[in-house]
Design a protein around this ligand. Structure first.
Ligand SMILES: Nc1ncnc2c1ncn2[C@@H]1O[C@H](COP(=O)(O)OP(=O)(O)O)[C@@H](O)[C@H]1O
Ligand SMILES: [Mg+2]
Length: 284
């Protein structure tokens, strides 16, 4: 993370101030995101959990202005993205990685070329690109797949490639929208391990959307609970306990997910836990 020493270095990773994004649903009701504020300190893994339609993806997409808010400020590492020129925004986005539920790899490019692509588009030097591709494919354990096409990979391997691609430009922030929802539980655990390692080794802050409680519990330092386009609760997950009396605890007990306060150290994806994917069941 090369950055000159300045007051910007002390700013949070992500600061949303009063952002909103409203849509009309087919019945004419206003949905989307109500005015919302959020601070994610540097180095934090912050989870966003909630049911379908709660506004999680809209909130996440506002952080790199894939979704432009109707109002409010989006400050990433001290820079208000809403005030940047198109060129400035392109540069800022270079330092905001993103991974998706369905990986979004290009199937006519090799693994190495997929990882290289954002850096090529940004006009990075070829030697620098080659170096970063190697470091990031090594990091996700897929160095030997560099010349393979994505069609030959498992879902878990595809998501590792997507993580390598997101990390290659040395992002300050990684946005992850349901990154494990297309994967089986075993592969989910592997992937959470990769994300936790990326946070520890590279210091990348992570904002992760999931409706799977177990994903949040294992990975996140803090969690924001969303409902009806708002953050309705914020909880510290550092000790893996969900406070009794919290909205999250009541959801979990409503949906038969087991004891709401059972311990499971977050940030340690190898730690065991009795129940799984609580809000998944609530979706069915
Ligand atoms: N581009 C859009 N146009 C219209 N409505 C949208 C759009 N994006 C999201 N919405 C609506 O906003 C609400 C929140 O959506 P979303 O952020 O995708 O929720 P979540 O990710 O929590 O499932 C939903 O009611 C959704 O239908
Ligand atoms: Mg979503």
């Amino acid at each position: 993370m090369s950055q000159t020493a300045s007051s910007i270095d002390t700013q949070p990773a992500i600061q949303l101030r009063g952002v909103s994004r409203r849509f009309a649903d087919p019945g004419g009701r206003t949905v989307g995101l109500q005015p919302t504020s959020l601070i994610v300190p540097r180095g934090e893994i912050h989870g966003i959990i909630g049911f379908s339609g709660a506004g999680k993806s809209t909130l996440l997409r506002i952080v790199n202005l894939l979704e432009r808010p109707d109002a409010g400020e989006v400050i990433v590492h001290g820079q208000d993205l809403t005030r940047l020129s198109a060129a400035g925004l392109r540069q800022a986005r270079h330092r905001i990685g993103m991974i998706f539920q369905h990986f979004n790899l290009l199937h006519n490019l090799t693994v190495a070329d997929n990882v290289a692509l954002p850096m090529r588009i940004a006009g990075e030097r070829p030697a620098r690109i080659a170096e970063r591709v190697k470091i990031c494919l090594d990091f996700v354990g897929l160095a030997e797949k560099a010349d393979v096409y994505p069609g030959r990979l498992s879902g878990g391997q595809k998501q590792r490639v997507a993580i390598a691609r997101a990390l290659a430009p040395e992002p300050h922030v990684l946005l992850a929208d349901e990154p494990t929802s297309a994967l089986d539980p075993r592969t989910t655990l592997d992937l959470l391990g990769v994300l936790a390692d990326a946070n520890r080794q590279f210091g990348v802050s992570i904002l992760l959307v999931s409706h799977e409680m177990e994903v949040i519990r294992r990975l996140c330092h803090r969690v924001s609970v969303m409902e009806g386009g708002r953050i309705v609760e914020q909880l510290d997950m550092a000790d893996g306990r969900i406070p009794e009396g919290s909205r999250l605890a009541s959801w979990l007990s409503d949906f038969g997910a087991g004891p709401a306060a059972s311990p499971s150290p977050s940030g340690r994806p190898d730690a065991g836990s009795g129940h799984h994917l609580a809000l998944e069941a609530a979706h069915a």
